[in-house]
Write a protein that binds this ligand. Structure first.
Ligand code: ZN
Ligand code: ZN
Length: 365
């Protein structure tokens, strides 16, 4: 069974005394810079407001929903070891017998054992790996050589030695939306001017309508280890069709990144994605030849979210002082990555362009 957590529509305001982290139950710390409670164990950032009398107030549906998840839906259901990287802050979870030397995400060796963490929310489901390591190595080599501006002297070793298969944490949000819209629909009509040329005009009429939409698995990444720009480029994942129920057997031999959530941000970004989708559905309903001033007023209900793990092959290497990542979707094989630029190639290109320009100017005079 996939486990779903219903977002309780509770807008009641709860005064909190011990600042328990909604993600893991550990004691969260008020962080003025973020104006939020930050959990030192699992990284969860939950919204809170500091009152004039020094007390903290929380007001968030997600926070209440997370906090109501019982103990039996927490933990990995297997003995696992947890470390936090001091450099990139990613939290990695792996087989107990394995000894981690370096962070799989940034290569740093400053890893801290996380012992006193309370059990995180257990993933409801996951997508198993479909793309084999040998194919990923080949694909990355081909991808890299296809990028002309990349340095060509990195060598095969740097490019494939640090390839890791990782399960990344995501939240997926479901909701039902009822969305009335208003807009002005434009209808073209034509007249002829005194010279007989055709002129186009627009007649504007107000229009309105209603869209109902069910959102399924709107993805929000909860990874800290993979660079943000790569995460969005890795999508889509076939979550609506291929998810299997969580079983610790799938994780054995793999490293899992434990979620770190910014609750304010993930709820907001799932809502933004739904708003955008509604906006384009409504826009398609506006009659006429053109439109302007589209306004939508969505009302969301039946909101649920779940925690899932998605497979990614990650290559990470340091060049100079910078850390580069290449990520491959473990189901579809889609590649996205960063690479150091070859300044020699770029300089030669600029030089050749200048010469061509000079030659061109010489002959055009
Ligand atoms: Zn926590
Ligand atoms: Zn790291």
């Amino acid at each position: 069974m996939e486990s779903y957590f219903t977002v309780l529509r509770m807008s009641e305001v709860t005064a909190i005394s011990k600042f328990a982290c909604p993600g893991c139950g550990g004691e969260a710390v008020w962080t003025p810079a973020k104006k939020a409670l930050v959990c030192p164990y699992c990284g969860t950032v939950s919204p809170a407001e500091l009152k004039a009398d020094g007390s903290l107030i929380e007001e968030n549906d997600l926070v209440s929903a997370l906090r109501s998840i019982p103990d039996e839906e927490r933990g990995w259901a297997a003995q696992r070891k947890t470390v936090r990287c001091q450099s990139c802050q990613a939290i990695s979870v792996f087989d107990e017998k394995r000894i981690a030397q370096r962070c799989d995400f940034c290569g740093s060796s400053s890893l801290l054992n996380v012992d006193d963490i309370q059990a995180p929310i257990r993933p409801g489901s996951l997508l198993p790996f479909k793309i084999a390591e040998t194919k990923v190595r080949e694909d990355i080599r081909r991808w890299y050589s296809g990028h002309f501006w990349a340095r060509s002297n990195l060598g095969d070793k740097a490019l494939t030695d640090t390839l890791h298969g990782l399960y990344l944490p995501y939240w997926t949000f479901d909701a039902h939306a009822e969305c009335p819209w208003q807009a002005e629909a434009g209808y073209y009509y034509y007249t002829r001017d005194k010279d007989g040329r055709q002129q186009r005009h627009t007649r504007w009429e107000s229009a309105s309508g209603h869209v109902s939409e069910d959102f399924n698995d709107v993805l929000v990444p909860a990874s800290r280890g993979v660079h943000e720009s790569l995460l969005s480029a890795l999508e889509p994942f076939p979550t609506t069709t291929d998810l299997v129920p969580y079983d610790p057997g799938y994780l054995s031999g793999w490293v899992v990144e434990q979620y770190q959530i910014d609750l304010i941000q993930s709820a907001q970004s799932s809502r933004d994605r739904m708003d955008n989708s509604l906006r384009s559905t409504c826009s398609r309903q506006v009659p006429g030849d053109t439109q302007r001033g589209l306004q939508i007023s969505p009302d969301y209900s039946q909101q649920t979210f779940k925690h899932v793990l998605l497979p990614v092959w990650l290559l990470t290497y340091t060049y100079g002082s910078k850390n580069y990542q290449v990520a491959v979707n473990g189901v579809t094989g889609k590649i996205t990555g960063e690479y150091p630029l070859s300044w020699i190639k770029i300089s030669i290109a600029i030089f050749l362009t200048l010469i061509l320009l000079l030659v061109f100017m010489h002959y055009s005079n």
